[in-house]
Design a protein around this ligand. Structure first.
Ligand code: PRP
Ligand code: URA
Length: 209
């Protein structure tokens, strides 16, 4: 699939092993989510446009490249997407930040929107949507629809753990959206949890389990 990148890197594999472990505490879990987000961001920004600049070093002029279109907006899906914001901001410090509140109904597994606040100029920006878990894909598909209704055109999804079913659901609704995934897991269980997964990401991030 040319609109899916599954990260294949020893640093991410190692951090994922730690992240999944049931004994990993909240502090370590938050740090790992942030670090993995930063590493995925590195890949998701690979196509950023640059332009040539002359930089005076202490010895001579160096021909360098700098980013031309530095107008990103990052949009975490509440709650769990918030855990990825710090890592993204380390790489893209000038980003604007939008928020979408989406909660999956425990019985129907359908996403229910409860909050949306996006920058007015979102249509001129590259949008990086953050959600560590891509399970049925309902939440991310709905979030991307909302972003498009608000004028967003260039949208990338960054997720840490996903399954094929969820990726397909997002791509069926939004074939133009590139998904960057830390790892592709096996399947969903009967309650819509990713297996082997890491449990409930929001609860582990915020200590509400
Ligand atoms: C989780 C997760 C995703 C969603 C994934 O959020 O953070 O947003 O479920 O499931 P889906 O792909 O089947 O839609 P949840 O609804 O549990 O809310 P929370 O982040 O507030 O815990
Ligand atoms: N949301 C989570 O936090 N974990 C899952 O496995 C699925 C949805």
């Amino acid at each position: 699939m040319n609109n899916l990148t599954v990260m294949d890197h020893p640093l991410i594999s190692h951090k994922l092993a730690l992240l999944r472990h049931q004994s990993t505490d909240g502090k370590a879990f938050r740090e790992l989510v942030s670090e993995i987000a930063m590493l995925i961001c590195y890949e998701a920004t690979r196509d950023m446009k640059t332009h040539a600049v002359d930089v005076p070093t202490p010895l001579m002029t160096a021909k360098c490249q700098m980013i031309t279109t530095d107008k990103p907006v990052i949009v975490p899906i509440l709650r769990a997407g918030l855990g990825m914001v710090d890592g993204m901001l380390k790489i893209l410090p000038s980003s604007k930040i939008g928020h979408i509140g989406m909660c999956r109904n425990h019985d129907t597994l359908q996403p229910e929107k409860y909050y949306c606040n996006l920058p007015a100029d979102i249509g001129e920006r590259t949008v990086f949507v953050l959600d560590p878990m891509l399970a049925t894909g309902g939440s991310l598909a709905a979030a991307v629809s909302l972003l498009k209704e608000s004028g967003a055109k260039n949208i990338k999804v960054l997720s840490i753990v996903g399954v094929e079913e969820g990726v397909n659901k997002v791509h069926e609704a939004h074939p133009d959206v590139h998904i960057y995934l830390g790892v592709m897991d096996e399947k969903l269980n009967e309650k819509g949890y990713i297996l082997p997964g890491l449990g409930d990401a929001g609860d582990r991030l915020f200590g509400t389990e």
